[in-house]
Design a protein around this ligand. Structure first.
Ligand code: FES
Length: 83
């Protein structure tokens, strides 16, 4: 969905910026120029930004996903304990 017609910014563009670490709406505006011309998209852009931030994985989840891709974890065979 196009959020900002003036600068052709879609909700995917906003979500991508959030995934890449965009921390504030002002930073988003610096990157994409969303809501910096006529301003009619401001509420929708802010709602989309807030929703993307709310759904963003935590730092721990992001790190766990990266580590799982880099270090394949082999299945562990059960060990028997000798008496
Ligand atoms: S529609 Fe976004 S600034 Fe005009």
């Amino acid at each position: 969905m196009i959020v900002c017609v003036c600068h052709r910014v879609s909700h995917h563009d906003i979500e991508r910026e959030v995934r890449h670490g965009c921390a504030s709406f002002e930073e988003l505006q610096d990157e994409l120029r969303v809501a910096t011309a006529c301003g009619r998209c401001g509420d929708c852009a802010r709602d989309t930004f807030d929703a993307a931030r709310a759904c963003r994985p935590t730092a721990a989840e992001s790190l766990a996903a990266k580590v799982a891709r880099v270090i394949p974890i082999a299945p562990i065979a059960p060990a028997t304990l000798a008496a």
